[in-house]
Design a protein. Structure first.
Length: 150
């Protein structure tokens, strides 16, 4: 009896392995999960008051508000399991979002010290990461970014 149960269990395991078992989420499931994170971030971004002044203090204050929103979205995106065919795009998005988050934090710190040169360089780096991310968001089906400049 035990041998029969083990044989049936082994056959079931082999059948699952031969069929690929659980292939992970579909592209639609991945996008739905990712869009939850993107929607939450976009909502928080829309609630922020953009600075009207071009002062170092205003820029620093705004960046300090944006940074945790971008970090929270990054954490949520990192937790996603992409389908195999989207994995390379997902990995590139994560790297660009890490670059963006670091750039925003650098802008906040540099502007707080009134270091315009460093803030400008970080801003340009963040803009590049944002531009690359926009293409990747679309490729991954993460369309719930409306209202978020990042």
């Amino acid at each position: 009896m035990v041998l029969r149960v083990l044989t049936v269990a082994a056959a079931a395991i082999l059948a699952l392995t031969a069929c690929g078992g659980d292939d992970g989420p579909t592209a639609e499931e991945y996008a739905a999960q990712g869009n939850v994170a993107c929607t939450a971030a976009a909502k928080k971004m829309r609630a922020l008051k953009r600075p009207t002044a071009d002062s170092a203090e205003a820029v620093s204050g705004y960046a300090k508000q944006v940074a945790p929103i971008v970090r929270t979205r990054l954490t949520a995106l990192e937790a996603l399991e992409p389908p195999d065919d989207l994995e390379r795009f997902h990995d590139r998005l994560i790297e660009d979002q890490k670059t963006l988050a670091a750039a925003i934090e650098t802008v906040a710190e540099a502007a707080g010290r009134n270091d315009r040169a460093t803030a400008q360089r970080a801003s340009q780096e963040g803009a590049g990461a944002t531009a690359r991310s926009m293409l990747l968001f679309r490729r991954l089906g993460l369309t719930a970014r409306a209202g978020s400049p990042f």
